[in-house]
Design a protein around this ligand. Structure first.
Ligand SMILES: [Zn+2]
Length: 280
């Protein structure tokens, strides 16, 4: 599933390829992928250009030219496009029709002859126009991005939450973009047990957690979400993956720090890996 690091990689790719090129047309194979009806979307995009991007958690926002931020004069136009990558979404920018990727269910045609494919293999992806990212995030109750939140803001979020820290961190209203494996890695790097109560963490522990969020996210983004390239001190190598893209990693299930056996159990309804000794 595309997590924050993958979506940040897509955002950078989008910036490098798609900005400042007027849009000529739009192809949508399955209109269920749209959160704005097709005709409105086409009117909103045609002859406009993408001029900038913003990412919050797993949400990519792309600004369109032509209208000042937040002003929607006729109700038919909006200055931002929102993309959500669902379980398997991806982007590809290309010119020749024969290079069209599989599952390119949405295509943006630029006037310069290039195309942007929104690749949607399992159709959980979504695209639509919104007024502003801020209004969208407020409506969807999505908190600050994992890379943006301050240690004070994080402490404030934990203050009244008596739930275990793992589901609290996975709640997008607490902090945006931390999925299952990322939270396990963050808690391992911070040496905190996933079942610790959020409101029982000491200021020092919250600071350690905040530092671990930054470490895990920046490492993942630097490695362009190629998890096999992560440092050997990371827990991720010990995970058992459903689809097993890293079979070599499944061989060792021991803690990268103490070499003890890892615990695998359900916490907050999700499969959780941790080291009972290091995260006691
Ligand atoms: Zn350990």
């Amino acid at each position: 599933m595309p997590e924050l690091p993958e979506v940040e990689t897509y955002r950078r790719y989008f910036e490098e390829t798609c900005l400042f090129q007027p849009i000529a047309n739009l192809f949508v194979e399955d209109r269920k992928l749209l959160t704005t009806d097709y005709d409105t979307l086409l009117v909103g995009l045609r002859d406009r250009s993408f001029i900038g991007t913003k990412r919050v958690g797993k949400n990519l926002f792309v600004q369109l030219d032509g209208l000042p931020d937040g002003e929607s004069s006729d109700g038919l136009t909006a200055p931002w496009l929102h993309l959500h990558f669902g379980m398997t979404g991806d982007l590809a920018y290309f010119r020749d029709v024969e290079d069209t990727p599989r599952f390119a269910r949405i295509l943006f045609f630029f006037q310069n002859g290039f195309k942007l494919a929104f690749i949607c293999p399992r159709k959980f992806e979504r695209v639509g126009l919104i007024d502003t990212p801020e209004a969208y995030l407020l409506r969807k109750k999505i908190g600050k991005d994992g890379l943006e939140i301050s240690v004070e803001e994080l402490a404030e979020k934990f203050r009244r939450k008596a739930a275990p820290i793992k589901p609290v961190l996975m709640d997008q209203a607490t902090v945006a973009g931390l999925g299952n494996w990322i939270v396990d890695e963050v808690l391992f790097q911070a040496r905190l047990h996933p079942e610790r109560r959020a409101n029982n963490l000491t200021p020092d522990e919250v600071a350690r957690l905040h530092g671990a969020i930054q470490l895990v996210l920046t490492t993942a983004i630097t490695q362009e979400a190629q998890y096999s390239r992560f440092p050997t001190s990371f827990l991720i190598h010990a995970r058992e993956w459903d689809s097993s893209p890293y079979p070599e990693a499944n061989a060792h299930r021991s803690c990268p720090a103490c070499r003890g056996e890892l615990t695998v159990k359900q916490v907050g309804g999700r499969t959780t890996y941790f080291c009972g000794a290091c995260q006691g």
